[in-house]
Structures are given as structure tokens and as C-alpha cells.
Design a protein around this ligand. Structure first.
Ligand code: NAP
Length: 338
């Protein structure tokens, strides 16, 4: 009998805000791997704001279209391998999308040797931690004593970026969307201050909590937050453009912020975007340093896990609404082992 595969497909692309009704569940026959391919079983699904941008059109990867299995980064287990480099039971990082099983070309799989809980390999030791690490240290280049501002600071990337800035000896200020998130940043993660951008006057709050100005802004949000922060940047400051989450879940992204390029000129700012894969040549060293901080307790991993593939649409809609604290993950299955 042919084995079945559970998938979540895009029923229709959103014209404005994303809703769970844009997705539907289906069951199809499971593919059989061809020579050079590996059949993998999805264990953990990374829920990322980027999932929504792929529905807006082409980015650094092909757009998602109506009828497609929803795209998504995953950790998976090898079920059957038709390539000598992989064996059943092995854990791999791959791009399975929102489905239980996928056949992948062996060359696209990244083997993972779990050194700690598997979920950490999707959060602090995975693409999330690496994004924070490279964005802050390679693009932002903070120096001890400088002030680092982080937006979406209680989310997956922001919470790691802020902790790395603290480890680097900086004063760290986070922006987040609730009192609970702000308390977690200062009380648990060691941020020097946190501002609820939904209730505070951001301009006054930045004056109060960044009295010496901002040297590095690790920006995950763009939009109005970036516009206000630009005015508080110091001469020679660096703006790390990690993402623009305030502009993803809409059919009409804002053209702003105002002040660009004028403030960039007068303040001699460097504003630089990056994609985590740009730094993959240094991935091993970065992962080792992140793992060391995790083991020593200098870095705290926080995951926000929902169970079952069917939870994926709810998980993404909720992420865009700011429900999550730390890295949002959907647990699709437990590893069966070799
Ligand atoms: N450059 C790269 O290679 C790369 C790689 C991975 C991720 N990223 C980017 O990093 C950013 C964070 O991603 P993540 O995976 O770590 O997600 P995340 O921060 O865990 O989740 C997104 C958070 O964004 C905040 N948010 C949503 N709408 C907002 C708005 N209108 N204004 C301000 N904040 C808003 C919410 O928190 P609040 O409650 O605080 O609003 C929400 O929890 C995204 O922009 C993403 O695209 C970039």
C-alpha cells in the first residue's frame, strides 16, 4: 500500500492580512526517493515572519503561489537514503515546507549533530541564532560600552541579538509589544531597559533609556520604529537591517521611513542589510561560540512550541500578531531514531 503524506497548502494568497483560511490541509501519496535523493520526515518546523514575505512575491527565494505546499525551514529525520552520505535516523536541516515527508536532493541537506535539545538547533544554534550572531557582530560591529537598540527584541532573533550585545559589553535596550515581554527582557535576559513600543511615546522613551544615543540599531521591524530610532542614532552609528516585520502582513507596505537619506548623510550612518546565508562560510565557528554561551548560561534559549502540523497556520498568523515569546516552532513529529 502507498504511504500517505499530510501537507498544508496555500489555498489562496492573502490580499491584506494573513488568516488561517488562506491555508488548507490535504493528504497525498508519499513520494519515493529517486537515485541521489533522500526521503525525510519533518520533525520541527520553523515559523518565521519570512514565511509571509514569500507570499508577497520573489525575495531571496522563489515566491509561494496558490496551490503550493507552504514553504518553511525544517529539521527532519532521514527515513530512506539513496545517497551514500546519508543514513536512516540522521538529523538534517532542510527546506521541507509544511508537510510530513519530502524527498530532497542529497546535496541540499545540512547534517546536524545534535549537541543539546533538538529544538535549540532551530533556535539559538540554528538559523535564528546565526542571524543574530552575524547581524550583530559582523554587520553591527558593536564595541564595549556602546548602546545597542534591538527591535522585536522579545522575538526569536531579537532576544538572541540583545543577549549577544550584552555579552559583548554593550548597554542593551529592547523594544517589544507588551509589558510581559519587556519584563522578561530586563528580568531574565539582562537587557538594561525595555520599552513597550505600543504604549510608550517612543521618542521620549529612547531619550530616557538611551541617554548617550544609539550606536548600533539591530532592526527587525522597519516602519515607524526605524523612523524614530534614526533621529536618536549617534554619529557613525550602524543600522543592521535584519528584517522589516512591520511591513510583511499587508497588501500595501509603507514607502517610509522619512529621514532617509538625509539623516544617514548628516550622522554618517552605515545602514546595511544582510541575509544569514551570506555568512555561512563562518557557520561552524559561530555555532561553536553560540553553543559555548548556551552551555555557560550566558545565553538563554526560549522556545514557543505548538504541536502538530495542523497548528502551522495558527502559529504563523499568531507570530505576525506578536503572540510569541522567543522562537516559534511547530513540532510535527518526534524522532524515531536509527
Ligand atoms: N536577514 C536575515 O537573514 C533574517 C533571518 C531571519 C529573520 N530575519 C528577520 O528578523 C526579524 C525577526 O524574525 P524572527 O523570526 O525572530 O521573528 P520574531 O521576532 O520571533 O517574531 C516576530 C515579532 O515581530 C513583532 N512584530 C510583529 N508586527 C510588528 C510591527 N508591526 N511592529 C513591530 N513589531 C512587530 C512581534 O513582537 P511584538 O510583540 O514585540 O510586536 C512578533 O513577535 C524579521 O524581520 C525577519 O524577517 C532576517
Amino acid at each position: 500500500m502507498t504511504e500517505r503524506n499530510h501537507q498544508i497548502v496555500v489555498r489562496a494568497l492573502p490580499e491584506d492580512r494573513l488568516a488561517e483560511t488562506h491555508f488548507e490541509s490535504r493528504h497525498v501519496d508519499r513520494e519515493v526517493p529517486a537515485e541521489g535523493q533522500v526521503l525525510t520526515r519533518t520533525l520541527l518546523l520553523s515559523i518565521d515572519p519570512a514565511n509571509r514575505t514569500w507570499m508577497q512575491g520573489a525575495t531571496y527565494r522563489a515566491p509561494v503561489r496558490a496551490g503550493d505546499v507552504m514553504s518553511g525551514f525544517t529539521l527532519a529525520e532521514v527515513v530512506t537514503s539513496r545517497d551514500p552520505r546519508f543514513r536512516p535516523g540522521q538529523i538534517v536541516e532542510c527546506d521541507n515546507g509544511w508537510q510530513e515527508y519530502a524527498c530532497q536532493p542529497a546535496g541540499t541537506l545540512v547534517p546536524i549533530e545534535p549537541v543539546t535539545e533538538l529544538t535549540h538547533h532551530l533556535s539559538v544554534l540554528g538559523l535564528t541564532g546565526l542571524t543574530a550572531y552575524f547581524g550583530l557582530l559582523e554587520v553591527g560591529r558593536p564595541r564595549p560600552g556602546e548602546t545597542v537598540l534591538v527591535s522585536a527584541a522579545a522575538g526569536a532573533t531579537g532576544s538572541v541579538a540583545g543577549q549577544i550585545a550584552r555579552i559583548a559589553g554593550c548597554r542593551v535596550v529592547g523594544l517589544a509589544g507588551s509589558e510581559e515581554k519587556c519584563q522578561w527582557l530586563t528580568g531574565r535576559l539582562g537587557f538594561d531597559a525595555a520599552i513597550n513600543y505600543k504604549t510608550a511615546s517612543l521618542s521620549s522613551a529612547l531619550k530616557e533609556h538611551c541617554p548617550d544615543g544609539i550606536d548600533v540599531f539591530f532592526d527587525n521591524t522597519g516602519g515607524d520604529i526605524l523612523e524614530v530610532a534614526l533621529r536618536r542614532m549617534n554619529l557613525g552609528g550602524r543600522i543592521v537591517v535584519c528584517g522589516v516585520v512591520s511591513q510583511y502582513d499587508t497588501g500595501s507596505p509603507a514607502p517610509g521611513p522619512r529621514g532617509v537619506p538625509g539623516l544617514i548623510v548628516t550622522k554618517r550612518l552605515r545602514m546595511e542589510g544582510f541575509i544569514v546565508m551570506d555568512f555561512f562560510a563562518q557557520r561552524e565557528v559561530a555555532t561553536r561560540r553560540l553553543a559555548g554561551w548556551l552551555e555557560s548560561g550566558a545565553l538563554i534559549a526560549r522556545e514557543d512550541i505548538l504541536d502538530g502540523l495542523d497548528a502551522a497556520p495558527r502559529a504563523l498568523v499568531g507570530l505576525l500578531a506578536g503572540e510569541n515569546l522567543g522562537k516559534r516552532i511547530v513540532r510535527v513529529a518526534d524522532a524515531a531514531g536509527a
